[in-house]
Structure formats: structure tokens, C-alpha cells
Design a protein around this ligand. Structure first.
Ligand SMILES: Cc1cc2nc3c(=O)[nH]c(=O)nc-3n(C[C@H](O)[C@H](O)[C@H](O)COP(=O)(O)OP(=O)(O)OC[C@H]3O[C@@H](n4cnc5c(N)ncnc54)[C@H](O)[C@@H]3O)c2cc1C
Length: 497
């Protein structure tokens, strides 16, 4: 029985733990926080649960990619509630709203009602999205379908360049990237493949997790326990130990040591590499990882509604002020923030009539956090509280343009900044989605699942991509390295028979 220590109990660490424990590894996951789950964590105020980093998931209908992975992980019994099939996403640009229905044909038809002169271009764009998503064997979970030529091409072409090649109406071009905050895309930088995977993922089907995304974490924890693994909380790993030839275990801030044959780090590569001084990891690799750009952070306002005042909104609502595009929202100034937001309600049961709570998300750069670097949660000072209050009020002003009177229904609100995420997940710069994909950097922004220090592996959102599917695909990649690709794929097929 090989001993495996996993650093971090986010989705990446937990799912890797379940697979390795089921395959006979003796798995211990070490988590620095008191709660497991990383971005799957929720918090409760006055009995209302708030999700912090997983608000909706896609492709979860039977037979679709995420559903197949959830079955493979034996957690497909987590209760889900489907978003409005006619409008899982609503994009508002200025005063105009555009609804995104599930299904490629429905999407083409709906967009064509707004832009009849662009029908052919919209259809070509949607076919391109499907072609790129289906070209990746990782996203279809089938070894046979891979078309690496298409995958490679669209990993090197930007989202805006490809969309512009299909449609010419400037408004339509903006509508098609209306859900861009889901992947924090940058103009001329983010590969079209990132956009295609996410559009295809949610276009197939979209769901919220009933009673909060932490149920995904709890389900994985239960499965891990069934296979003999464990999570130890309040155990911050500070050192990855090695003997000159391979990894030997880890040490924690509390002075405990955990010997291991395999260490899988499910956290960002930069803090991972800072924990080992092994000369087997070359300085050039360390420099390359340290220079990778991170995605922007998020400012969140969590809304606690007065009882039975706000009808549950079964959609995700993205809005941008008149004259602004979803692109370049990260380049806001002190005067024009927020340049866009995403507003959602939490789903506390399968058929909710009223929302108990909601969340508004908007970009926030880490440089804004400079005055409070080094401070800890609850002790950042009055000026930090003032900063958060002012930003929450500005965000509420922006949301009230589309939802007049919303403030009257708010009992109380709570806020978080990129510093909060830095504290609770350890992700550098409080980045929302970890390492950013950037076509101008080519393959150098690739984070490998295996390091040059034998026995040290990486997993989590930085390996393949972020989000529930991106992270679970990263888990498959890392576990394939340990267990064999064909073995994993056979197991996925078996679990879905
Ligand atoms: C605001 C926001 C909204 C999002 N919304 C969605 C959504 O709706 N749908 C979706 O699919 N995705 C969404 N995502 C993305 C998704 O949540 C993440 O990509 C995914 O959960 C990341 O999982 P992970 O395991 O890689 O990392 P994390 O969740 O960050 O987990 C890392 C864990 O490692 C622990 N850790 C760090 N350092 C150490 C250490 N030294 N020792 C021990 N433990 C350590 C942390 O405490 C944490 O628990 C969202 C993200 C954000 C920020």
C-alpha cells in the first residue's frame, strides 16, 4: 500500500484522494483551514447558506461529461436543481437583455431572433464551439475522438479573433462573451478553446447544487472515508521533504511530519515549489512558474434577503453599463468600477419560490489590496471595512438599475475581497481561477501534472483548467499519470454502464 499525502482539500485534492484511495493508496489529505472544500466552502448567516466559489455547474444531465465524472467518483447522488432551460444565462448590455437557452440549436435560434442578419455566422460560431469542445479527448472522456490539430489550433487563437471571424455585428460579438467573468478572459490573450469548453459545458445543461456546493465536498469526503482515506484539517503544509532522489513526505506548521511515497499538491504551483528546495527542480522551471500570470480576483457581496420578498431567479444575470463591453472590465478605474457584474440567487431546495440569499460578483485587482497586505481576517482595520462598504454600495447601485428596489428587500449583506480568497484558499493574489491561459505565452503557461522531483505531482485548477469540469479533468490527468490512462478511462466507462 503506497502512502499518499495530498496538500489541500479543495475539489482537486478531494477528487484525487477518492480515486487514489479506491485504487489502494493510503491517502491522507492535509488542509490548512478548519473547513474542507476550498472554493466549495459555504458559510451560514442567520440560517442562510452562502456559496463562495461554486454557484452553478454544467453538463450534469445523465450521459453528459460532468455526470459521467460524478458517477465515476460515485457522487452523482448530490441533489441538483436545473436552471431555466430557456435562459440559464441572461446577458444585459445597456438596457437590452439577451437570453441563453440550453442546446446548440435553441441557442442559434434564440440569438437569431435578436440578430436575424447574423444567423449563418451564429450557426458557424456554435458549430466551431462544439467542434473545439469535442476535439479534446479530455473533455469528451473518450480516447478515440481526440483531434489534436483542432485542439492545438484553438489553443493558440484568441477568443475575440475567432468570434470576429464568424460574426460582424459589434453588439452580437459582445453578447457572445457576456459570460466572460466565468473564465476571466482577456482580449487577445485567452485561448478560444477556454471559451469553447465553458460555452459547450453550460449550453448542454446548467444546474445549481441544492443547499450549497459544499455538498459536493461532503460527498467526496464520505467516499474518501469509505475507501480508507482521511482529511486532517488545520494542518498547513510548510515543507515538502525529499532525500535527494525522491519525495519522502511533508511537514506542517504545527511541527508534524507525514511520511509519503507520493505527494500530490492540489494548490497553486508557486507556493508548492516554495516548499521544496530540491535541486531536481530546476531554477528555470521555478522561474517559469513564478512568472505565470494569474486570473483577476473577485469582490463579492452576499445578500441576505428579507423573508419571502425576492422571487427566486432561476438564471445567472450578467450586466454591463451602456457603452461598455464585457472585454477589458479588469482595466477599471477608481471612477468607473464596476464595469460589469454577475448576480445569482442561492438555491435552498429543489423547487424554491423565494430566494433566501443572493450574490453579486465583480472583478477586483489585487493591487487594490496593497494597504492591507499581511493583515488577517477580522483584523484589517476600519479603512478596510469602509473600502468594502463603499464598493458594496456601488455594486448595489449598479444592480438596482436592472432590479429596482432590490435594496428594500435586503436584510443585511456581507462582503469578501481577493484578500479573503488569499486567506481561505491560499491562491496567490487571491486570484479567482488560478493560472491564466495566455496565447501570447504559448506552451510556457502549461503547468505539468508531474514534477522533476520523483513522487511529487500537481493537480487542481492550475493543471488543466478551473471550474468543476476543468478541475476534475485535471484530476483525471494527474491520476492517469499514476494509474495509467487506459485504466482510468476503462473505469470511467465501467462506472457509466
Ligand atoms: C468567486 C468564484 C466563483 C466561482 N464559481 C464557479 C462556478 O459557479 N462553477 C464552477 O464550476 N467553478 C466556479 N469557480 C471555480 C472553482 O471554484 C475552482 O476552480 C475550484 O473549486 C478550484 O479547486 P482546487 O481544488 O483547484 O482549489 P481550491 O478550491 O482553491 O482548494 C485549495 C485548498 O488547498 C488548501 N491549501 C492551500 N495551501 C495549503 C497548504 N499549504 N497546506 C494545506 N492546505 C492548503 C486551501 O485552504 C484550499 O482548501 C469559482 C471560483 C470563484 C473564486
Amino acid at each position: 500500500m503506497k502512502r499518499c499525502v495530498i496538500i489541500g482539500s479543495g475539489l482537486g485534492g478531494l477528487s484525487t484522494g477518492v480515486i487514489l484511495a479506491r485504487e489502494g493508496y493510503d491517502v491522507t489529505i492535509l488542509e490548512q483551514e478548519a473547513q474542507i472544500g476550498g472554493c466549495l466552502q459555504c458559510f451560514k448567516r442567520h440560517g442562510i447558506k452562502f456559496e463562495t466559489g461554486m454557484h452553478f455547474i454544467g453538463s450534469a444531465r445523465k450521459g453528459q461529461t460532468l455526470n459521467r465524472l460524478l458517477r465515476y467518483l460515485e457522487i452523482d447522488d448530490v441533489a441538483l436543481s436545473e436552471l431555466d432551460r430557456q435562459a440559464y444565462d441572461i446577458v444585459r448590455l445597456g438596457a437590452d437583455e439577451f437570453r441563453f437557452p440550453n442546446g446548440a440549436e435553441a441557442f442559434i435560434d434564440q440569438m437569431s431572433t435578436y440578430f436575424p442578419h447574423e444567423r449563418d455566422g451564429i450557426a458557424d460560431y456554435m458549430r466551431c464551439v462544439e467542434r473545439v469542445a469535442n476535439a479534446s479527448s479530455l473533455h469528451t472522456l473518450s480516447l478515440e475522438n481526440a483531434d489534436s490539430a483542432i485542439s492545438n489550433e484553438y489553443q493558440l487563437r484568441s477568443i475575440n479573433e475567432v468570434i470576429d471571424s464568424h460574426v460582424s455585428d459589434p453588439l452580437l460579438r459582445n453578447v457572445l462573451v457576456g459570460n466572460l467573468p466565468l473564465y476571466a478572459a482577456r482580449r487577445d490573450k485567452t485561448p478560444f478553446s477556454t471559451h469553447a469548453f465553458i460555452v459547450d459545458f453550460y449550453n448542454q445543461s446548467s444546474f445549481r447544487v441544492v443547499d450549497g456546493s459544499d455538498h459536493i465536498g461532503f460527498a467526496l469526503l464520505r467516499k474518501l472515508g469509505q475507501y480508507g482515506g482521511r482529511v486532517l484539517t488545520r494542518q498547513q503544509v510548510v515543507k515538502i521533504n525529499s532525500d535527494g532522489a525522491r519525495v519522502t513526505g511533508v511537514s506542517t506548521a504545527s511541527g508534524d511530519s507525514y511520511p509519503a511515497d507520493i505527494v500530490v499538491s492540489a494548490i497553486h504551483p508557486v507556493p508548492t515549489l516554495a516548499m521544496t528546495d530540491s535541486s531536481l527542480i530546476r531554477p528555470a522551471f521555478r522561474r517559469r512558474m513564478a512568472s505565470l500570470p494569474n486570473t483577476i480576483g473577485i469582490f463579492s457581496v452576499y445578500l441576505e434577503f428579507k423573508s419571502e420578498t425576492v422571487p427566486y431567479m432561476n438564471n445567472n444575470y450578467y450586466a454591463y453599463p451602456a457603452g461598455l463591453s464585457p472585454w477589458d472590465s479588469e482595466a477599471y478605474t477608481a471612477e468607473d468600477w464596476p464595469r460589469g457584474y454577475l448576480y445569482m440567487h442561492f438555491c435552498h431546495d429543489s423547487y424554491p419560490r423565494y430566494a433566501q440569499g443572493g450574490v453579486i460578483l465583480s472583478y477586483m485587482r489585487f493591487d487594490e489590496m496593497a494597504p492591507w497586505l499581511g493583515t488577517t481576517v477580522g483584523h484589517r482595520g476600519d479603512d478596510y471595512e469602509r473600502f468594502k462598504h463603499q464598493h458594496a454600495e456601488r455594486l448595489l447601485d449598479a444592480v438596482e438599475v436592472a432590479f429596482p428596489g432590490l435594496r428594500n428587500n435586503i436584510q443585511q449583506y456581507y462582503t469578501s475581497t481577493p484578500l479573503t480568497y488569499l486567506n481561505y484558499t491560499g491562491t496567490p493574489e487571491g486570484s479567482a481561477y488560478g493560472v491564466a491561459r495566455d496565447i501570447t505565452l504559448g506552451v510556457s503557461c502549461h503547468v505539468p501534472q508531474r514534477t522533476k522531483l520523483p513522487g511529487l505531482y500537481l493537480t487542481g485548477q492550475n493543471i488543466n483548467s478551473h471550474g468543476i469540469l476543468g478541475v476534475l479533468v485535471g484530476t483525471v490527468v494527474t491520476c492517469s499519470d499514476l494509474l495509467g490512462t487506459e485504466h482510468i478511462y476503462r473505469q470511467i466507462i465501467k462506472a457509466n454502464q
